[in-house]
Design a protein around this ligand. Structure first.
Ligand SMILES: C[S@@+](CC[C@H](N)C(=O)[O-])C[C@H]1O[C@@H](n2cnc3c(N)ncnc32)[C@H](O)[C@@H]1O
Length: 213
């Protein structure tokens, strides 16, 4: 990753290493409402692109039985995740440096039951979506889940706010952009996943659940 590129487009505050995302503060409860029932007891969850780490801590407080492994290629984000992890009961693990654009990223990791990734594929090149799908294919076994959260383009039904967001992303980096829902589903199908569930979320976001064949 380039050090000069922004990794988020919001105003975050910070206390020591700990970062606060206003977006995560808003969306963590509705995300958790959909996510939690999908996680079996004692599930081991790998989060890709954990950002500040606030989704991770929220899920760990809600579900003390699970093990949540945050990750991010950005060192400042990992420092924030490590600081937030101190507030968990130990089930939020020390963050890992995972960049899904590095081929074979999953091979160096222990097994997980679920992979979760929020708000990454639009603020990274399309190769990150392909890399996420390829690594998830390597990592997950039949029946296990890959869960995505974020905005998507849905043809004529695309929300105007998501079209504006797409233009704003592309003005910062032409390789970024709100991804086409069908193209994302197609990539995961090519990598051995079936589309299992699609949940409509606040502010024109979706949760997509894919099951490893
Ligand atoms: C907008 S933030 C989302 C953070 C968090 N998931 C959330 O929803 O609040 C995007 C994150 O994607 C990470 N990211 C960008 N490219 C990546 C890549 N190739 N592999 C893994 N993470 C990446 C960035 O470092 C950043 O933390």
């Amino acid at each position: 990753m380039s050090d000069k590129e922004p990794i988020h487009l919001e105003q975050r505050t910070q206390d020591g290493a700990r970062k606060f995302s206003p977006t995560a503060a808003r969306n963590r409860a509705p995300i958790a409402e959909v996510l939690s029932p999908l996680l079996l007891k004692d599930a081991r969850v790998l989060e890709i692109a954990s950002g500040t780490g606030e989704h991770a801590l929220y899920m760990c407080a809600l579900r003390p039985d699970i093990i949540w492994q945050p990750s991010d290629p950005d060192a400042d984000s990992r420092a924030s995740q490590a600081d937030w992890a101190k507030d968990s009961g130990g089930n939020m693990r020390p963050p890992l440096d995972v960049d899904v654009m590095q081929s074979g990223w999953a091979a160096k990791l222990p097994p997980f039951d679920v992979i979760y990734c929020a708000n990454m594929i639009h603020i990274a090149p399309w190769a990150a979506t392909e890399g996420l799908a390829a690594g998830a294919q390597d990592s997950l076994k039949s029946g296990q889940l890959l869960i995505l959260y974020g905005p998507f383009k849905q043809g004529d039904d695309t929300a105007p706010s998501n079209l504006d967001f797409d233009a704003s992303l592309k003005s910062r980096n032409p390789a970024w952009g709100v991804r086409d829902l069908e193209a994302v589903k197609h990539i995961f199908e090519l990598h051995g996943f079936n589309s299992l569930q699609q949940s409509v979320m606040p502010k024109n976001n979706l949760i997509l659940v894919f099951k490893r064949v």
